[in-house]
Ligand binder design. Structure first.
Ligand code: NAD
Length: 293
């Protein structure tokens, strides 16, 4: 079996894979390989898949499969897997950090200090305790964030029409989520329904001064509408790890919008998570090797 590691995985991974066959990171050898390991950078489009005639397995180290034409791959008999649960803690910790950075005024306080400005009187704080957090999507990451928010004394509600019940949060309608949440955090996949779901119309149904956190996909938010809502003060802050493209375009509306906190798509990038992803990749390859034997 020939395995192409196409994106950045933990440096320990190649050694763990040699038991399965030849391992390469040379993307020019795509036509020769049976297995491709990707994260989000490699786009497995129809053309990409067509240029890999021996390909039988694509493994996405991470969650979202929006960089892979899954339907086309499966129509060609190629198996597609992700490492679904591995990243939940890493992303939830970042979502929590982005959320708590807003009421603690962490970024403004720090940036003031780097300019030798003592903003003690200007930086009025609020607390998370007693506030309502609304989750769009209560799967693996949403659930881990909910646990952390509940530990901080927040009430947590979620809109997730695919769930009948949830162990930790109250499932509510989209209307209720928009109307009742002080903080809204996105944990949905990017689909036809979720693309642009945070826009002028849905923001208009939210509380004045709502804080929106996004560690799902940049495409779930209409960034121009978000900029307008930040400028008007309707949205108090937008804290995001994800953008329409990685990195955002030079003219992204977010660069000069007020009250934005941005991280460069590092939700899944903890050292611990990279090791967990590697372990799941090995398990998937073990199963694949058994099937092929
Ligand atoms: P998950 O599949 O466990 O949970 C997603 C939840 O969203 C599911 O419960 C599903 O029912 C729900 N959902 C789907 N469509 C919906 C809709 N239209 N409205 C409301 N809910 C809907 O996935 P997860 O592991 O929690 O990951 C969520 C997303 O986070 C991924 O799809 C990915 O895009 C993103 N992600 C980002 C990073 C990062 O680095 N920032 C890392 C991993 C995942």
């Amino acid at each position: 079996m020939k395995i192409l590691i196409s994106d950045a995985f933990d440096p320990s991974l190649p050694d763990k894979l040699v038991a399965f066959g030849e391992v390469t990171d040379d993307k020019n050898r795509l036509a020769e390989v049976d297995v491709v390991l990707v994260r989000s950078k490699t786009k497995c489009t129809k053309e990409y898949i067509d240029s890999a005639p021996r390909l039988s397995l694509i493994v996405r180290g991470g969650v979202g499969l929006d960089n892979i034409d899954v339907e086309y791959a499966r129509s060609k008999g190629i198996q597609v897997f992700n490492t679904a649960e591995a990243s939940a803690v890493a992303v939830a910790e970042l979502a929590f950090a982005l959320m708590i950075a807003v009421p603690t005024r962490l970024v403004e306080g720090h940036l003031g200090m780097t300019r030798r400005e003592w903003l003690k009187k200007q930086l009025k704080r609020t607390e998370l305790m007693g506030k309502t957090l609304g989750l769009f999507g209560a799967g693996n990451i949403g659930t881990e964030l909910a646990r952390r928010a509940i530990a901080f004394g927040m009430r947590v509600i979620a809109y997730d029409p695919f769930l009948k019940s949830h162990e930790a949060v109250d499932l509510v309608t989209m209307d209720a989520l928009l109307a009742e949440s002080d903080y809204i955090s996105l944990h949905v996949p990017l689909t036809a329904e979720t693309r642009g779901m945070v826009n002028t119309e849905t923001i208009g149904r939210m509380k004045d001064g709502v804080v929106i956190v996004n560690t799902s996909r940049g495409g779930c938010v209409n960034e121009a509408d978000m900029k307008a809502a930040l400028e008007s003060g309707k949205v108090r802050a937008y804290a995001t790890d994800v953008f329409l493209s990685d990195p955002p375009a030079e003219d992204s509306p977010l660069y000069d919008a007020p009250n934005v906190i941005m991280t460069p798509h590092i939700g899944a990038s903890s050292r611990e998570n990279m090791l967990r992803i590697g372990d799941v990749v090995v398990r998937i390859l073990e199963d694949f090797a058994h099937q092929s034997a």
